[in-house]
Design a binder for this molecule. Structure first.
Ligand code: MG
Ligand code: MG
Length: 267
């Protein structure tokens, strides 16, 4: 069942999303070679709790961490660990925060300084596909219009693999609500998008084939062919004309840019 949100509820979700975006930016400032993904997770949890919220993912269906941190061939749901990030890695940081009864959800993929052109391109196209999907997230369209636009751009135009097993979702009082928002599908199909629907749009795009495997930890999803994968996510509210993007990459990008400028110090 789809739960449409009131204007008041949308504002509360916006606050949770703002905290998520700030948390990812906080983590982004720490992303450099040598930092472990567990250190990033610990910092994210402290930041969320210091701001009067609860990490949405922690204990969600038994997930044991605050962030999903997925490095290289890990697609999503990666466990933070003692792995120290290194030059050439790409790492997606996915964060949810629960405050005043509502969740926010967003994700961003970072490059560890100099990554190869193939990885750079994968990140660029995946990020662009998120905004191409958001362009279709307007009242009167259908979920399939978002799905088709993302698949068209990533799979048909750029020959990447679109993960089938994992999809975007509605959210609000629950982290995952109806409808599912796949990154593949047919134009004009699926549930109708009406004003007040809040959804997370989150393309998960593989450099190689679309197939994924489940890690033995029971959570981490990896590409079957071992090639890298990228993931970007915004929470948006459906409006007439253009979606209202409730999460933001602005502070994240500023932290990312500052990091890139420090890269020459690391090598
Ligand atoms: Mg997420
Ligand atoms: Mg999500």
């Amino acid at each position: 069942m789809i739960k449409y949100k009131t204007a008041e509820e949308v504002e509360l979700i916006r606050q949770s999303c703002a905290l998520v975006s700030d948390t990812i930016a906080h983590v982004a400032a720490m992303i450099k070679p040598g930092v472990t993904t567990l250190e990033l997770d610990t910092a994210a949890e402290k930041y969320i709790r210091d701001n009067g919220a609860v990490p949405s993912f922690k204990n969600y269906k038994g997930f044991p961490f605050t962030c999903c941190i997925s490095v290289n061939d890990a697609v999503v749901h990666g466990f933070p660990s003692h792995y120290a990030l290194q030059k050439g890695d790409i790492v997606s940081v996915d964060v949810g925060a629960y405050k005043n009864g509502y969740h926010g959800d967003s994700a961003y993929t970072f490059a560890l300084c100099t990554v190869n052109d193939d990885k750079k391109q994968l990140m660029k196209i995946t990020r662009e596909s998120l905004y191409i999907g958001i362009e279709k997230a307007t009242a009167g369209n259908r979920v399939g219009d978002i799905a088709f636009a993302i698949q068209e751009y990533t799979e048909r135009k750029n020959r990447y693999g679109v993960v089938r097993e994992l999809v975007g979702h509605g959210l609000g009082e629950d982290l995952h609500e109806d409808p599912n928002v796949p990154n593949y599908g047919k134009r004009g199909s699926g549930p109708k998008l009406n004003e007040g629907l809040v959804i997370a749009i989150e393309p998960m795009i593989n450099m190689g084939k679309k197939e994924v495997i489940n890690n033995k930890d029971g959570w981490t999803i990896r590409t079957k062919d071992g090639k890298p994968s990228a993931h970007y996510e915004h929470t948006v509210c459906i409006k007439k004309g253009a979606a209202d993007i409730l999460s933001s990459f602005t502070a994240i990008e500023a932290a990312e840019k500052a990091n890139q400028e420090l890269c020459s110090d690391y090598y």
